[in-house]
Design a binder for this molecule. Structure first.
Ligand code: E4P
Length: 224
């Protein structure tokens, strides 16, 4: 199971990279634009925090395959890191994925709302496919079912190595059910990621351990 952080906010990335077992960061044009700065500086700053081993997913904007390929080349030439080129699923997007995969790029198919988009992107050479679970739910669909159906289909292909990267989550239930449905990776925003480990009874237990220990060994004492 892989957890990624869905943000370009440097403070959030510093916090989660230091404390949570994340294997990478995902961005999209909206996420980077929200930071309102030079995109190259933002990407370099993210890489300075996460290092060159953890994944950084960066999305292209071109609509035509040749532009997408040029953007991918620009990203590869400009940044030193474990880059994944995020490409929205479309006919031109699939064409670009196939070509870039043949040339050794790491690919993440994105903007996904249906199971067939996931399967088709996997066949085109994507390493990760990112279904937008909440956006599917928001239009009266079933984001978790999109994940489950695609996982069922891809599981029939014993050679498949492409992973479903659940995305666009607005609550912990969507994340949890997507994982149960077969998502091998999930990218989660900071609020939901924090909620994933929060439980008031856990906090209560930690406080009780401290106070029971403190009664015998002194308030605030640890093992050291
Ligand atoms: C991540 O890869 C996606 O771009 C992101 O999760 C989309 O999230 P949103 O639907 O909240 O914009």
């Amino acid at each position: 199971m892989e957890y990624l952080l869905d943000t370009a906010n440097l403070e959030e990335i510093k916090y989660f990279n230091g404390k949570f077992p994340i294997v990478g960061v995902t961005t999209n044009p909206t996420i980077i634009a929200n930071e309102n700065g030079d995109y190259k500086k933002i990407i370099n700053s993210i890489l300075a925090i996460i290092g060159t081993e953890k994944m950084l997913h960066v999305q292209v904007l071109g609509r035509e395959a040749d532009i997408i390929i040029k953007e991918a080349e620009l990203l590869k030439d400009t940044f030193e890191g474990n880059l994944y080129i995020k490409i929205p699923v479309s006919d031109e997007g699939l064409k670009a994925m196939s070509e870039l995969k043949n040339r050794g790029f790491n690919i993440t198919a994105t903007g996904i709302l249906t199971s067939q988009q996931i399967v088709m992107a996997a066949k085109a050479g994507a390493d990760y496919m990112a279904p937008y679970v909440n956006r599917a739910d928001n239009i009266g669909g079933d984001g978790v079912k999109v994940v489950r159906d695609a996982f069922d289909i891809l599981s029939r292909d014993k050679n498949n190595k492409a992973k479903i990267l659940g995305a666009s989550f607005k609550n912990v239930k969507q994340v949890h059910e997507s994982i149960l449905a077969g998502a091998e990776a999930v990218t989660v925003g900071s609020d939901v990621l924090k909620q994933m480990i929060y439980h008031p009874y856990t906090d209560w237990s930690i406080e009780k351990f401290e106070s029971d220990w403190g009664k015998v060994y002194g308030s605030g004492k640890t093992l050291i």
